[in-house]
Design a protein around this ligand. Structure first.
Ligand SMILES: *Cc1c(COP(=O)(O)O)cnc(C)c1O
Length: 439
């Protein structure tokens, strides 16, 4: 869709048309705003498919065998995305019964689903067993015992991975760091707790331990912490083998590869990272006298983030001399809570004047009764006026999936773009939807 001479902004799927309007995945954003209204989530699904194929082919080439990516659905979870994942032959990661229900409703083959969660209830466990989930990622003693009992009631033996913490700090934000010893997830290798749980899992009749899982964090641009984690994990696999005779067949190294949100973020070469990781895993397996395990990765953000864009309409532009200029849009923290939660930085573009130089530093504010309802501070854009379209780039991950109805603001619709065509994937919420459960 993009021709060679078009100007691109940050990513190849964001371009400027001859009319000065911003285009996304080859489609005029103004046309989409006119057709669907704003705020509006857009997804370039060709990009999503490309990323899935990249992970699949690179992992197959580098690790061989059944090694593959699982899409972490928490990044962006709708029936339509699970249909795409099913078509792409992807496996998926589910972290709640609601995600499980969504995937199942979309007809996603449950044998290719992995069920996560640090506190699965008995009802969650029963639901996942009855749905035929391929593999549980078990997190605790309580879960192992409950799963064994509930699987036993059904006369089945459930395949599982055991989630452990390798004690790796990937130097990312504390709030998105999960592989350290001090974590609500998994059991630490360092304290011996992980080995104890492995022994327990091996002793339970209705549990079939297939291997181990770890997830070290998110938005990581360096393969080194993954190499460190795989070294820790393979020496743990060796310890488990020495203690029990059991050799893990599968090693799941989690998700977390970084995505470029702004010009100052590095370019990350996923293919190179996968190659480097494969080399490290093979070497670590060899030095521990182990066969190379089947390796799983769980990318979420890097599958969908730069396939997404949010469009807003500018309402008020308020300059406070000596302070700042507030540009208020018709969305905000209900559709993108990431600035409020993590101070996440986004690239903002005046989509109506995408050809003009970004001459103004502005604070993009939402419409909630909340001073913290900001999308960006210090964003450089072409000076906007009421009615201009504002695009926030790279919103495909953790925006729609984290959206709320705070202030009773309906969630925006999701529109999929492919080969220059648009199709509604999620309807705009109505006011009736907002009161649906109110008695
Ligand atoms: C969040 C999460 C992922 C996905 O992380 P990304 O940074 O989106 O790639 C994968 N696995 C687990 C267990 C997670 O919690």
């Amino acid at each position: 869709m993009t021709n060679c001479c078009e100007k691109t902004i940050l990513h190849g799927n964001v371009t400027v048309g001859d009319n000065g309007l911003l285009r996304f995945a080859g489609v005029d954003t103004a046309d989409l705003a006119a057709k669907y209204g704003t705020p509006l989530y857009l997804f370039d699904t060709d990009r999503i498919r490309e990323r899935c194929k990249l992970y699949q082919s690179e992992m197959k080439a580098a690790f061989g065998g059944d090694s593959r990516p699982l899409y972490a659905g928490k990044a962006f979870c709708t029936k339509a995305i699970y249909r795409i994942m099913a078509e792409c032959g992807m496996s998926v990661d589910l972290v709640s019964p609601g995600e499980l229900f969504t995937a199942k409703s979309a007809g996603f083959p449950m044998e290719r689903a992995f069920f996560h969660g640090n506190n699965k209830t008995d009802a969650d466990i029963a639901l996942a067993l009855d749905a035929g989930v391929g593999c549980f990622v078990c997190d605790s003693r309580e879960e192992l015992v409950a799963l064994d009992r509930i699987a036993g009631e059904r006369g089945v033996c459930q395949k599982i991975l055991l989630r452990v913490t390798p004690g790796i700090d990937p130097h990312t934000f504390a709030a998105v760091t999960t592989g350290k010893v001090d974590s609500k997830f998994g059991s630490p290798i360092a304290t011996g707790a992980a080995l104890e749980l492995a022994k327990l899992a091996l002793s339970l009749e209705h549990i079939d331990l297939d291997g181990f899982h770890c997830h070290i964090g998110s938005q990581i641009f360096d393969v080194t912490p993954y190499v460190d984690a795989s070294n820790v994990m393979l020496s743990f696999i060796k310890d488990v083998k020495d203690a029990t005779g059991f050799t893990a067949k599968t090693l799941n190294l989690g998700g977390g590869f970084g995505v470029r949100y702004t010009e100052s973020d590095p370019e990350f070469d996923y293919a190179e990272a996968i190659k480097a990781l494969a080399k490290a895993v093979k070497e670590a397996a060899q030095s521990n006298g182990l066969p190379t395990p089947t390796v799983l990765l769980e990318p979420g953000r890097s599958i969908v983030a730069d396939a997404g864009m949010t469009l807003y309409t500018v309402g008020t532009v308020k300059e406070i001399p000596g302070f700042r200029t507030y540009v208020s849009v018709d969305g905000g923290m209900p559709d993108n809570p990431r600035y409020a939660l993590y101070r996440s930085v986004y690239t903002v573009v005046n989509a109506t004047h995408a050809d003009k130089a970004p001459d103004r530093a502005v604070t993009v504010a939402g419409r909630c009764c909340e001073s913290g309802d900001l999308i960006a501070e210090g964003a450089r854009i072409a000076t906007p006026v009421r009615g201009d379209l504002l695009a926030v780039l790279v919103t495909g991950a953790y925006n729609y999936s984290m959206a709320s109805n705070y202030n009773r603001i309906p969630r925006p619709p999701v529109v999929f773009l492919s080969e220059g065509k648009d199709a509604l994937a999620v309807r705009r919420e109505s006011f009736e939807d907002l009161v649906r459960n109110d008695l």
